[in-house]
Ligand binder design. Structure first.
Ligand code: NCD
Ligand code: ZN
Length: 345
Protein backbone atom coordinates (compact mmCIF):
# COMPACT_ATOMS: atom_id res chain seq x y z
CA UNK A 1 0.00 0.00 0.00
CA UNK A 2 1.53 3.32 -1.07
CA UNK A 3 -1.14 5.70 0.14
CA UNK A 4 -3.84 5.63 2.73
CA UNK A 5 -6.93 7.85 2.79
CA UNK A 6 -9.15 7.65 5.84
CA UNK A 7 -11.43 9.60 8.16
CA UNK A 8 -9.64 12.55 9.74
CA UNK A 9 -8.36 11.39 13.14
CA UNK A 10 -8.73 12.89 16.63
CA UNK A 11 -6.16 13.02 19.42
CA UNK A 12 -7.75 11.87 22.69
CA UNK A 13 -4.88 13.05 24.93
CA UNK A 14 -2.90 16.21 24.19
CA UNK A 15 -0.95 18.94 25.99
CA UNK A 16 -1.23 22.31 24.25
CA UNK A 17 0.18 24.54 27.03
CA UNK A 18 -0.64 28.24 26.85
CA UNK A 19 0.56 31.58 25.51
CA UNK A 20 3.53 31.50 23.12
CA UNK A 21 3.99 27.74 23.59
CA UNK A 22 0.37 27.13 22.58
CA UNK A 23 0.77 29.24 19.46
CA UNK A 24 3.94 27.34 18.55
CA UNK A 25 2.56 23.80 18.84
CA UNK A 26 -1.13 24.10 17.93
CA UNK A 27 -0.68 24.10 14.11
CA UNK A 28 1.09 20.72 14.21
CA UNK A 29 -1.97 19.14 15.81
CA UNK A 30 -4.59 21.09 13.88
CA UNK A 31 -3.07 20.08 10.52
CA UNK A 32 -3.65 16.42 11.34
CA UNK A 33 -6.41 16.08 13.89
CA UNK A 34 -9.94 17.45 13.79
CA UNK A 35 -10.30 17.48 17.58
CA UNK A 36 -8.26 16.81 20.67
CA UNK A 37 -8.92 16.20 24.33
CA UNK A 38 -6.86 19.02 25.83
CA UNK A 39 -5.16 18.32 29.14
CA UNK A 40 -5.80 20.81 31.95
CA UNK A 41 -2.38 20.72 33.68
CA UNK A 42 -1.58 24.39 33.16
CA UNK A 43 -0.10 26.57 35.87
CA UNK A 44 -2.49 27.20 37.56
CA UNK A 45 -4.54 24.15 36.50
CA UNK A 46 -7.89 24.37 34.74
CA UNK A 47 -10.18 23.44 37.62
CA UNK A 48 -13.43 25.22 36.71
CA UNK A 49 -15.80 25.40 33.77
CA UNK A 50 -15.11 29.14 33.59
CA UNK A 51 -11.35 28.62 33.29
CA UNK A 52 -11.91 25.84 30.73
CA UNK A 53 -14.07 28.23 28.67
CA UNK A 54 -11.36 30.89 28.82
CA UNK A 55 -8.63 28.38 27.87
CA UNK A 56 -10.79 27.15 24.98
CA UNK A 57 -11.10 30.72 23.68
CA UNK A 58 -7.32 31.18 23.87
CA UNK A 59 -6.81 27.98 21.88
CA UNK A 60 -9.26 29.06 19.20
CA UNK A 61 -7.66 32.51 19.07
CA UNK A 62 -4.24 30.90 18.51
CA UNK A 63 -5.49 28.79 15.60
CA UNK A 64 -4.02 30.01 12.29
CA UNK A 65 -6.51 31.00 9.59
CA UNK A 66 -7.40 28.14 7.28
CA UNK A 67 -7.10 25.37 9.88
CA UNK A 68 -10.16 23.87 11.51
CA UNK A 69 -9.79 22.31 14.92
CA UNK A 70 -12.07 21.75 17.88
CA UNK A 71 -10.55 21.67 21.36
CA UNK A 72 -12.39 19.29 23.67
CA UNK A 73 -11.83 20.63 27.14
CA UNK A 74 -11.19 18.86 30.44
CA UNK A 75 -11.24 19.84 34.10
CA UNK A 76 -8.43 19.09 36.51
CA UNK A 77 -9.83 17.13 39.43
CA UNK A 78 -8.75 18.31 42.90
CA UNK A 79 -9.69 17.32 46.43
CA UNK A 80 -12.05 20.31 46.35
CA UNK A 81 -13.89 19.76 43.03
CA UNK A 82 -17.58 20.06 43.83
CA UNK A 83 -20.44 18.01 42.37
CA UNK A 84 -21.94 21.32 41.22
CA UNK A 85 -18.81 22.02 39.13
CA UNK A 86 -19.13 18.52 37.64
CA UNK A 87 -22.76 19.16 36.77
CA UNK A 88 -21.85 22.49 35.19
CA UNK A 89 -19.09 20.77 33.19
CA UNK A 90 -21.51 18.15 31.93
CA UNK A 91 -24.02 20.84 30.92
CA UNK A 92 -21.41 23.06 29.25
CA UNK A 93 -21.20 21.12 26.00
CA UNK A 94 -17.44 21.80 25.71
CA UNK A 95 -16.04 19.94 28.74
CA UNK A 96 -15.73 16.28 27.83
CA UNK A 97 -13.86 14.78 30.75
CA UNK A 98 -12.29 15.30 34.15
CA UNK A 99 -8.62 14.47 34.61
CA UNK A 100 -7.31 12.66 37.65
CA UNK A 101 -3.67 13.45 38.37
CA UNK A 102 -2.66 11.72 41.57
CA UNK A 103 -0.76 14.51 43.38
CA UNK A 104 2.92 14.30 42.51
CA UNK A 105 2.53 11.73 39.71
CA UNK A 106 3.76 13.90 36.82
CA UNK A 107 4.30 17.38 35.34
CA UNK A 108 2.09 20.02 37.04
CA UNK A 109 0.30 17.48 39.21
CA UNK A 110 1.05 19.13 42.56
CA UNK A 111 -2.53 20.43 42.78
CA UNK A 112 -3.90 16.97 41.97
CA UNK A 113 -5.82 14.55 44.13
CA UNK A 114 -4.18 13.54 47.42
CA UNK A 115 -6.89 11.06 48.37
CA UNK A 116 -9.67 9.86 46.05
CA UNK A 117 -11.83 9.47 49.16
CA UNK A 118 -12.12 13.26 49.10
CA UNK A 119 -13.61 13.13 45.59
CA UNK A 120 -16.49 10.74 46.25
CA UNK A 121 -19.23 13.32 45.69
CA UNK A 122 -17.63 14.51 42.45
CA UNK A 123 -17.10 10.94 41.23
CA UNK A 124 -20.67 9.96 42.05
CA UNK A 125 -21.92 12.90 40.01
CA UNK A 126 -19.65 11.98 37.10
CA UNK A 127 -20.95 8.43 37.22
CA UNK A 128 -24.55 9.64 37.26
CA UNK A 129 -24.03 12.09 34.40
CA UNK A 130 -21.76 9.89 32.27
CA UNK A 131 -18.90 12.41 32.28
CA UNK A 132 -15.67 10.44 31.75
CA UNK A 133 -12.85 10.36 34.29
CA UNK A 134 -9.47 10.40 32.55
CA UNK A 135 -6.80 8.88 34.75
CA UNK A 136 -3.07 9.26 34.92
CA UNK A 137 -2.66 5.71 36.17
CA UNK A 138 0.45 5.69 38.30
CA UNK A 139 0.81 5.06 42.01
CA UNK A 140 2.49 7.98 43.76
CA UNK A 141 3.91 6.09 46.75
CA UNK A 142 7.63 6.86 46.40
CA UNK A 143 8.44 3.38 47.69
CA UNK A 144 6.95 1.84 44.53
CA UNK A 145 9.49 1.18 41.77
CA UNK A 146 8.93 3.58 38.87
CA UNK A 147 8.44 0.69 36.43
CA UNK A 148 5.73 -0.84 38.65
CA UNK A 149 3.66 2.27 39.26
CA UNK A 150 1.01 1.52 36.66
CA UNK A 151 0.43 -2.03 37.90
CA UNK A 152 0.27 -0.84 41.51
CA UNK A 153 -2.18 1.93 40.55
CA UNK A 154 -4.48 -0.70 39.06
CA UNK A 155 -4.46 -2.74 42.28
CA UNK A 156 -4.64 0.12 44.75
CA UNK A 157 -6.74 2.70 42.94
CA UNK A 158 -8.44 1.59 39.72
CA UNK A 159 -9.98 -1.67 40.92
CA UNK A 160 -11.37 -0.17 44.17
CA UNK A 161 -12.59 2.89 42.23
CA UNK A 162 -14.63 0.77 39.81
CA UNK A 163 -15.93 -1.34 42.68
CA UNK A 164 -17.31 1.82 44.27
CA UNK A 165 -18.45 3.44 41.01
CA UNK A 166 -19.10 0.54 38.64
CA UNK A 167 -20.76 2.65 35.94
CA UNK A 168 -18.12 5.39 35.99
CA UNK A 169 -16.88 6.02 32.45
CA UNK A 170 -13.12 5.83 32.66
CA UNK A 171 -10.28 6.36 30.20
CA UNK A 172 -7.00 4.89 31.37
CA UNK A 173 -4.64 7.40 29.74
CA UNK A 174 -1.38 6.56 27.97
CA UNK A 175 -1.22 2.93 29.07
CA UNK A 176 2.24 1.42 29.06
CA UNK A 177 1.98 -2.15 30.33
CA UNK A 178 0.39 -5.49 29.63
CA UNK A 179 -1.21 -5.15 33.09
CA UNK A 180 -3.16 -2.13 31.90
CA UNK A 181 -4.12 -3.85 28.63
CA UNK A 182 -5.51 -6.81 30.60
CA UNK A 183 -7.29 -4.56 33.07
CA UNK A 184 -9.01 -2.56 30.33
CA UNK A 185 -9.99 -5.66 28.35
CA UNK A 186 -11.48 -7.33 31.42
CA UNK A 187 -13.45 -4.25 32.49
CA UNK A 188 -16.89 -3.27 31.23
CA UNK A 189 -17.69 -1.16 28.18
CA UNK A 190 -17.40 1.95 30.36
CA UNK A 191 -13.61 1.52 30.50
CA UNK A 192 -11.25 2.38 27.63
CA UNK A 193 -7.63 3.45 27.15
CA UNK A 194 -5.46 5.73 25.06
CA UNK A 195 -2.08 4.65 23.73
CA UNK A 196 0.75 6.96 22.63
CA UNK A 197 2.89 6.51 19.53
CA UNK A 198 6.10 6.57 21.53
CA UNK A 199 5.00 3.73 23.81
CA UNK A 200 4.15 1.73 20.68
CA UNK A 201 7.48 2.48 19.02
CA UNK A 202 10.02 2.33 21.83
CA UNK A 203 10.95 0.32 24.86
CA UNK A 204 12.91 1.51 27.86
CA UNK A 205 16.29 0.56 26.40
CA UNK A 206 15.88 3.51 24.05
CA UNK A 207 16.21 5.95 26.95
CA UNK A 208 19.74 4.69 27.62
CA UNK A 209 20.96 3.86 24.13
CA UNK A 210 24.55 5.07 23.92
CA UNK A 211 23.98 7.53 26.76
CA UNK A 212 21.04 9.13 28.52
CA UNK A 213 18.43 10.51 26.15
CA UNK A 214 16.30 13.08 27.92
CA UNK A 215 13.95 13.56 24.97
CA UNK A 216 12.71 9.99 25.40
CA UNK A 217 11.81 10.55 29.04
CA UNK A 218 8.09 10.77 29.65
CA UNK A 219 5.63 9.64 32.28
CA UNK A 220 4.60 6.95 32.55
CA UNK A 221 8.15 6.02 31.62
CA UNK A 222 8.78 3.66 28.68
CA UNK A 223 8.60 -0.01 29.70
CA UNK A 224 10.28 -3.25 28.67
CA UNK A 225 9.79 -4.84 25.24
CA UNK A 226 7.16 -7.37 26.33
CA UNK A 227 4.91 -4.50 27.38
CA UNK A 228 5.48 -2.62 24.13
CA UNK A 229 4.43 -5.74 22.24
CA UNK A 230 1.26 -6.00 24.36
CA UNK A 231 0.43 -2.39 23.52
CA UNK A 232 0.97 -2.97 19.81
CA UNK A 233 -1.27 -6.03 19.96
CA UNK A 234 -4.00 -4.06 21.75
CA UNK A 235 -3.80 -1.03 19.44
CA UNK A 236 -3.88 -3.12 16.27
CA UNK A 237 -6.47 -5.63 17.51
CA UNK A 238 -9.52 -3.71 16.37
CA UNK A 239 -10.84 -3.68 19.93
CA UNK A 240 -12.67 -0.34 20.26
CA UNK A 241 -11.57 0.06 23.89
CA UNK A 242 -8.15 1.20 22.64
CA UNK A 243 -7.73 4.46 20.76
CA UNK A 244 -5.24 7.13 19.82
CA UNK A 245 -3.92 9.66 22.36
CA UNK A 246 -0.54 11.13 21.52
CA UNK A 247 0.24 12.65 24.94
CA UNK A 248 2.36 15.06 22.95
CA UNK A 249 3.83 17.07 25.83
CA UNK A 250 6.11 19.91 24.73
CA UNK A 251 8.92 21.11 26.98
CA UNK A 252 11.66 23.51 25.91
CA UNK A 253 15.00 21.92 25.01
CA UNK A 254 16.66 23.56 27.99
CA UNK A 255 14.08 22.08 30.37
CA UNK A 256 14.63 18.58 28.94
CA UNK A 257 18.43 18.75 28.70
CA UNK A 258 18.93 19.51 32.34
CA UNK A 259 20.24 18.00 35.56
CA UNK A 260 16.58 17.33 36.42
CA UNK A 261 14.83 17.16 33.07
CA UNK A 262 11.07 17.45 32.56
CA UNK A 263 8.92 14.46 31.56
CA UNK A 264 7.19 14.60 28.19
CA UNK A 265 7.80 13.76 24.52
CA UNK A 266 6.78 16.04 21.67
CA UNK A 267 5.14 14.06 18.86
CA UNK A 268 2.46 16.39 17.47
CA UNK A 269 4.65 17.23 14.43
CA UNK A 270 4.15 13.61 13.26
CA UNK A 271 1.10 12.83 15.36
CA UNK A 272 -0.57 10.45 12.89
CA UNK A 273 2.47 9.46 10.83
CA UNK A 274 4.18 7.72 13.76
CA UNK A 275 1.10 5.55 14.34
CA UNK A 276 0.99 4.68 10.65
CA UNK A 277 4.55 3.44 11.02
CA UNK A 278 3.54 1.20 13.94
CA UNK A 279 0.45 -0.21 12.20
CA UNK A 280 2.43 -0.76 9.02
CA UNK A 281 5.13 -2.69 10.87
CA UNK A 282 2.38 -4.83 12.45
CA UNK A 283 0.77 -5.42 9.02
CA UNK A 284 -2.40 -3.78 10.37
CA UNK A 285 -2.77 -0.59 8.33
CA UNK A 286 -6.39 -1.57 7.69
CA UNK A 287 -7.05 -1.12 11.42
CA UNK A 288 -5.50 2.32 11.76
CA UNK A 289 -8.72 4.17 10.91
CA UNK A 290 -10.72 2.51 13.68
CA UNK A 291 -8.02 3.24 16.26
CA UNK A 292 -7.29 6.79 15.11
CA UNK A 293 -10.63 8.05 13.83
CA UNK A 294 -13.57 5.98 15.07
CA UNK A 295 -13.27 4.39 18.51
CA UNK A 296 -12.41 7.51 20.51
CA UNK A 297 -15.33 9.46 19.06
CA UNK A 298 -17.63 6.53 19.79
CA UNK A 299 -16.46 6.28 23.40
CA UNK A 300 -16.88 10.02 23.96
CA UNK A 301 -20.33 9.84 22.30
CA UNK A 302 -19.36 12.33 19.62
CA UNK A 303 -19.98 12.10 15.89
CA UNK A 304 -17.17 10.65 13.83
CA UNK A 305 -15.40 13.20 11.63
CA UNK A 306 -16.57 13.60 8.05
CA UNK A 307 -13.30 14.92 6.56
CA UNK A 308 -10.45 12.75 5.28
CA UNK A 309 -6.67 12.80 5.38
CA UNK A 310 -4.19 11.04 3.13
CA UNK A 311 -0.86 9.55 4.15
CA UNK A 312 1.69 8.54 1.55
CA UNK A 313 4.53 6.09 1.95
CA UNK A 314 7.37 8.54 1.63
CA UNK A 315 10.30 8.76 3.99
CA UNK A 316 11.03 12.13 5.63
CA UNK A 317 13.19 13.31 8.48
CA UNK A 318 11.57 15.62 11.01
CA UNK A 319 13.58 18.72 11.89
CA UNK A 320 16.09 18.43 14.73
CA UNK A 321 14.31 21.26 16.53
CA UNK A 322 10.98 23.05 16.26
CA UNK A 323 10.59 26.74 17.25
CA UNK A 324 9.00 26.95 20.68
CA UNK A 325 9.83 29.70 23.16
CA UNK A 326 11.98 32.33 21.47
CA UNK A 327 15.56 31.09 21.48
CA UNK A 328 14.57 27.89 23.30
CA UNK A 329 13.25 25.36 20.74
CA UNK A 330 11.81 21.93 21.39
CA UNK A 331 13.25 18.66 20.20
CA UNK A 332 10.62 16.48 18.54
CA UNK A 333 10.59 12.71 18.60
CA UNK A 334 12.35 11.09 16.83
CA UNK A 335 14.75 13.94 16.09
CA UNK A 336 16.92 13.21 13.09
CA UNK A 337 15.42 9.77 12.36
CA UNK A 338 13.27 9.11 9.33
CA UNK A 339 9.54 8.44 9.40
CA UNK A 340 8.14 6.19 6.69
CA UNK A 341 4.76 7.89 6.20
CA UNK A 342 4.07 11.49 5.27
CA UNK A 343 0.91 13.53 5.54
CA UNK A 344 -0.30 14.82 2.19
CA UNK A 345 -0.86 18.57 2.54
C1 NCD B 1 3.01 15.45 30.65
C2 NCD B 1 3.30 16.94 30.64
O1 NCD B 1 4.43 17.33 30.35
O2 NCD B 1 2.38 17.74 30.89
N1 NCD B 1 4.26 14.73 30.68
C3 NCD B 1 4.46 13.45 30.28
O3 NCD B 1 5.55 12.93 30.49
N2 NCD B 1 3.51 12.76 29.68
C4 NCD B 1 2.13 15.10 31.79
C5 NCD B 1 1.54 13.72 31.69
O4 NCD B 1 0.72 13.45 30.82
O5 NCD B 1 1.90 12.86 32.51
ZN1 ZN C 1 -0.38 13.68 29.26
Amino acid sequence: MQSLTFTRPDDWHLHLRDGAALAAVLPDTARRFARAIVMPNLKPPVTTVASAAAYRRRILAALPAGLSFEPLMTLYLTDETSPEEIAAASRSGFVHGVKLYPAGATTNSAAGVTDLGKCRMALARMEALGLPLLVHGEATDPAVDIFDREAVFIERVAIPLLKDFPALRLVFEHITTDHAVQFVMAAGENVAATITAHHLLLNRNAIFQGGIRPHLYCLPVLKREAHRLALVAAATSGNPKFFLGTDSAPHAKSAKESGCGCAGCYTAHAGIELYAQVFDAAAALDRLEGFASHYGADFYRLARNSGKITLVRESWVPPATVPFLGADPLVPLPAGESIAWRLQP
